[in-house]
Write a protein that binds this ligand. Structure first.
Ligand code: ARG
Length: 467
């Protein structure tokens, strides 16, 4: 059995209080950084060797020991013990074992580095990998939305504002409106990567090191394009973590808005969608129930991510430079957000992929709520009437239809002419949802030609982002 070690203690008279140790320990959540810590150690050993602080033989032996430890960590043969304060302590304890480097050689590794520059580097490496992993999952959701949009062809549905019937739109247009925000989130992840492509390693506790270690060498070894320009900033800033967490939160919030629509669409009143059994749940008391729990969990978990983000920002706001122990609190929120999206994204993607939209029902409701009133007003504008008047005239048609309990398209030619003589029978050309949709052919509009274009544009964008 290995002994408990600490990475500090020389100037202390006694052991830390149990209550302090219990408060201070982070190994149960930072252990997931173990492999990154060992990659950092391998790079650091190389820098020590370059600086002639390790002989060739020492460097080879230390590298072999670190690789050995790395394998054992991966297989689970080596793991942390409850005594280890954090991932760095646990791995140093391991390295000092005779089985790996032994105390003499293992004890040389810590020269010139601090847990402050280590942890700032490891979290960046970890988030870099999380960005690619989550990016792939998000890409799948975006593809599922695009595939559903394509399958919806030119089917129509009511477009809403204030949750009220507004103007008819293509089902595909509505679905793509949930896809574009996620494409932007993928762009945000790519952009985050560029901004966070700098290594804090070599910054030491805060000011750099006296040993002539080369931070650029370490950065290259760890796959960073640059070294942080300022060692205080490198070790003490966490805006990169906050920005990453914001992007994850935005992904969750955008998914939650989609989820909310699906929940409404899935009610008996709307009846727009049937969710696949595999993505629905039942009730323990009501045998008839089929609940949209995936969507509800998406909506609920978005709140959780918002909490993670605000907690992190609140923790950061009062911190003086450079490193403060408060910064240890950056990890659990961002890990929680990553873990949450990792289970949420595949479930949302599966639900979207397998849901069956009821196009007939959506189409039948597409002109409900006088949703062609704008088209009538704009038709009058094309006949030369000022929009102010046209708006009133069309509004009068709505009032008439409403008093009769019918739709605008059910008014007779005489009814229209009675409201205003400018309303000739030609106005009927605009009194269908499909003409309303086709007429909106400006860039970004819901006309079928434009929607087909945006679908191809989205596919191109995703291909580019995935490359
Ligand atoms: N566990 C710490 C963190 O996550 C890193 C250790 C730095 N600790 C210290 N006492 N300087 O931020």
């Amino acid at each position: 059995m290995s002994e408990k070690i600490a990475l500090w203690g020389g100037r202390f008279q006694g052991a830390p209080a149990e209550a302090l140790a219990a408060l201070s320990v982070s190994t149960h959540f930072d252990w997931r950084l173990a492999d990154y810590d060992l990659q950092g150690s391998l790079a650091h050993a190389k820098a020590l060797h370059e600086a002639k602080l390790l002989t060739d033989n020492e460097y080879l032996a230390l590298t072999a020991a670190l690789e050995h430890l790395r394998q054992d960590v991966a297989s689970g043969a080596f793991t942390y013990s409850p005594e280890d304060e954090d991932v760095h302590t646990a791995l140093e304890r391991g390295l000092l074992e005779d089985k790996y480097a032994g105390a003499e050689l293992g004890g040389k590794l810590r020269a010139g580095r601090s847990r402050n520059d280590q942890i700032a580097t490891l979290i960046r490496m970890y988030l870099r990998d999380a960005a690619s992993h989550l990016g792939k999952q998000l890409m799948n959701l975006a593809h599922a939305l695009i595939n559903q949009a394509e399958a919806a062809e030119n089917h129509l549905m009511p477009g809403r504002t204030h949750m009220q019937h507004a103007q008819p739109v293509l089902v595909a247009h509505q679905l793509m409106a949930h896809c574009w925000p996620q494409i932007r989130n993928l762009e945000r992840l790519a952009d985050w990567r560029k901004r966070n492509d700098a290594s804090p390693y070599g910054g030491g506790a805060l000011a750099g090191n006296t040993l002539g270690l080369d931070p650029e060498l370490v950065a290259r070894e760890l796959g960073f394009a640059n070294v942080c320009q300022n060692s205080i900033d490198g070790t003490a800033s966490r805006d990169g973590v906050a920005e990453f967490l914001y992007i994850l939160t935005q992904i969750a919030v955008d998914m939650s808005r989609l989820a909310e629509e699906i929940i409404i669409w899935n009610t008996a009143e709307f009846d727009y969608v049937t969710l696949d059994d595999a993505y629905s749940t039942g009730s323990s008391i009501m045998p008839q129930k089929k609940n949209p729990d995936v969507a509800e969990l998406a909506r609920g978990k978005a709140g959780r991510l918002i909490g993670d983000l605000t907690g992190l920002l609140a923790m950061l706001k009062g911190l003086p430079l450079a490193y403060d122990r408060d910064l240890q609190e950056d990890k659990e929120p961002v890990f929680d957000a990553i873990d949450t999206l990792e289970v949420l994204l595949p479930a949302m993607t599966g639900m979207v992929e397998t849901m069956r939209l009821h196009y007939d029902r959506m189409e039948a409701l597409s002109t409900a709520g006088f949703s062609l009133a704008t088209d009538v007003a704009e038709w009058l504008v094309k006949q030369g009437m000022p929009f102010r008047r046209a708006h009133e005239v069309s509004g009068a048609c709505v009032a008439l239809a409403e008093s009769r309990g019918c739709g605008l398209e059910d008014l007779s030619d005489a009814d229209f002419a009675g409201v205003n003589p400018a309303l000739t029978s030609e106005v009927r050309d605009v009194l269908s949802a499909s003409s309303a949709v086709s007429a909106r052919r400006g860039a970004g509009g819901t006309a079928p030609v434009r929607v087909a274009e945006q679908i191809s544009a989205a596919r191109v964008r995703l291909e580019w982002l995935g490359a």
